[in-house]
Design a binder for this molecule. Structure first.
Ligand code: ADP
Ligand code: MG
Length: 223
């Protein structure tokens, strides 16, 4: 018998229509995808196919016009979305979104503070998170503007892990990086899925990324 799947997130016939869209014009229509713990996913599709819109629904920034999104057995419709966003999911952006004049560890600690982390050894915790993404301790005190793009993205991934979320969502996280660095960043996400049992969801244009993940969902095939 097949082992019961550990589904963390279920998107069930989700549709989304922006308020200023024409009657009947949907950015996303009847999308159904399952996401399991311990796996890494790519969501691909041409520009305008609804990738960012789908991430907005999954990350609780927007509510689905129709359909359901179920996280860990609970419907997002019934959840406090601010709490969901600050405790359950980590988000990584294409442009890193770090504060350039702060150091790497200060950026991570700031996220811990915003999310109400009361622990006393935050610096130590930040350094451990940085080591997890392949940045040695000496990087902690370096200002972000003195880091390469790939290093900045590693800091951003470390930051997304600061409250130990089950799910990590990334919108084109390697869009500004060269091919080799892209591969290294995807390997970090893979390790988080396979060794730390996270559910990792990456929106990407890159076929190289699609080749490295466990499963690809193609929004062009839904429309
Ligand atoms: P992708 O990320 O795949 O390029 P998006 O999710 O950004 O696609 O967009 C999907 C569709 O929704 C597009 O047709 C786009 O023009 C439309 N759209 C995106 N954002 C908005 C918005 N804020 N208001 C109205 N329409 C939008
Ligand atoms: Mg997009």
């Amino acid at each position: 018998m097949e082992k019961k799947k550990d589904i963390l997130l279920k998107v069930i016939k989700a549709s989304y229509r922006y308020s200023d869209a024409e009657e009947g014009e949907y950015a996303l229509k009847d999308v159904s995808f399952d996401f399991e713990l311990g796996k890494i996913y790519a969501i691909k599709g041409r520009s305008g196919s609804g990738k960012t819109t789908l991430l907005s629904l999954i990350s609780g920034l927007e509510r689905a016009t129709d359909g359901e999104i179920i996280f860990d057995g609970k419907n997002l419709k019934d959840m406090n979305l601010d709490k969901y966003r600050s405790q359950e999911i980590g988000i990584v952006f294409q442009s890193y979104n770090l504060l350039p004049y702060m150091t790497a560890s200060e950026n991570i600690i700031l996220s811990m503070d915003i999310n109400g982390d009361k622990s006393k050894n935050k610096e130590e915790k930040a350094i451990k998170l940085m080591e997890k993404v392949g940045l040695k301790e000496s990087y902690a005190s370096r200002k972000v503007l003195r880091l390469s793009g790939g290093e900045q993205q590693r800091v951003a991934i470390a930051r997304s892990l600061s409250y130990n979320p089950k799910m990590i969502i990334a919108d084109e996280p390697t869009g500004n990086l060269d091919k080799q660095t892209e591969k290294e960043i995807i390997e970090i996400f893979k390790k988080l899925a396979h060794e730390e049992n996270k559910c990792v969801i990456i929106v990407t244009h890159s076929d190289n990324v699609s080749k490295l993940v466990d499963k690809v969902y193609d929004l062009d095939k839904v429309k």
